[in-house]
Design a protein around this ligand. Structure first.
Ligand code: NDP
Ligand code: CA
Length: 318
């Protein structure tokens, strides 16, 4: 009795060049150790969290959409699952564990969780990979990011992709904002370095995927939306007015009650990229009364999948 996959469709959002789209996935996959040992998803049967089966649902989600770039948080099975399996499918990757992963406090854990970034090696060449431990108020924090500079082999264009997972829970809004500012600072530095190496005057395009653990009302969201880097949030294209984030990206039931929030984002340089399509979200009915994770979906966070295309360079420089 295989559980049915949640049916989701791509919504076309623009008129970009569909021949060379870059499909990007952002997904907090739910660390195995946290799901089983820390999270208290009270409506999710323990059976549905069994790694031997759950790992196939995670792979199914990835392989259904075949992203060119995959940005994951809460990866605590990189070396024994994600890296070898995705390498056999043509992905090159990088993993940055959290310095003090809460997974390590769980009995029979599989090591620390962290951020992982995968890209289709046929389409992209790696120029540089930076692992960051995010700072806040000059102090090192427990949160990390990976910035990968890639070159698109077909167009020869260089761009940067970033994955991050900011500090969770309410009460930590100021810390999250500081972590976001540190990431923006580092993005500016890496971008500048690539521009020097590439001997170009145009800004290197950026894509930033993350579980920001912040609603759109938080400072860290505002700082990204208004930064000098010219970033916009891709999933706003799913809304009818084009200006509103989705109503949820994570939906679970804990002992304290239902927790339905928009925390995950895909930011992109709006001067350089068009958003051609975004994968819509399952409805409340599809997700079901017990919410996530479930027999049908392996994480409490939904995947965000978007198709980008480079804008015409002649238009970008204007
Ligand atoms: P965060 O607050 O960022 O959360 C860590 C994880 O817990 C996230 O993946 C988050 O998931 C999940 N989470 C969020 N809310 C809840 C909840 N209500 N119940 C259960 N899980 C939740 O943690 P930090 O990175 O700051 O790490 C804190 C932990 O790290 C400590 O609890 C400790 O275990 C460990 N630590 C150990 C140290 C040591 O000296 N040994 C030092 C520092 C930390 P999501 O993002 O999906 O919400
Ligand atoms: Ca989590």
């Amino acid at each position: 009795n295989r559980p049915a996959q949640l049916q989701r469709a791509f919504i076309q959002t623009g008129h970009g060049d569909a021949r060379q789209t870059i499909r990007v996935m952002q997904w907090n996959v739910l660390a195995q150790a946290l799901g089983e040992g820390m999270d208290s998803f009270v409506q999710c049967p323990m059976d549905a969290l069994n790694w031997a089966e759950r790992k196939y649902l995670i792979l199914q989600e990835i392989l259904t959409y075949k992203p060119d770039i995959i940005c994951l948080q809460e990866v605590d099975h990189y070396f024994d699952m994600f890296q070898p399996v995705l390498a056999s499918l043509g992905y090159q990757s990088s993993f940055c564990p959290k310095p003090w992963s809460p997974c390590l406090d769980v009995e029979n854990n599989n090591g620390p969780d962290g951020c992982a970034l995968f890209f289709n090696h046929k389409r992209f060449q790696s120029l540089n990979t930076t692992h960051l431990r995010l700072s806040a108020m000059m102090l090192k924090t427990n949160q990390v990011a990976i910035i990968a500079a890639l070159r698109c082999r077909a167009t020869e264009r260089a761009f940067c992709v970033t994955v991050t997972h900011l500090k969770a829970r309410s009460g930590w809004e100021v810390l999250r904002s500081a972590q976001g500012s540190d990431l923006l600072r580092n993005l500016r530095n890496v971008a500048q370095r690539i521009e020097t190496e590439e001997k170009t005057d145009t800004d290197v395009p950026l894509i930033v995927c993350g579980d920001f653990n912040a609603e759109p009302s938080e400072d860290v969201y505002r700082n990204f939306a208004t930064s000098s880097l010219g970033l916009d949030s891709a999933y706003k294209h799913l809304s009818t007015d084009g200006k509103t984030e989705p109503p949820y990206t994570t939906w679970k039931i804990r002992p304290s009650g239902e927790s339905c929030h928009t925390l995950d984002y895909v930011w992109y340089s709006h001067r350089a990229f068009d958003v051609n399509a975004v994968l819509d979200f399952p409805t409340a009915e599809q997700i079901g009364p017990n919410r996530l994770p479930s027999y049908n979906y392996p994480s409490d966070h939904l995947s965000l999948v978007c198709d980008f295309s480079f804008k015409d360079p002649a238009l970008v420089s204007q």
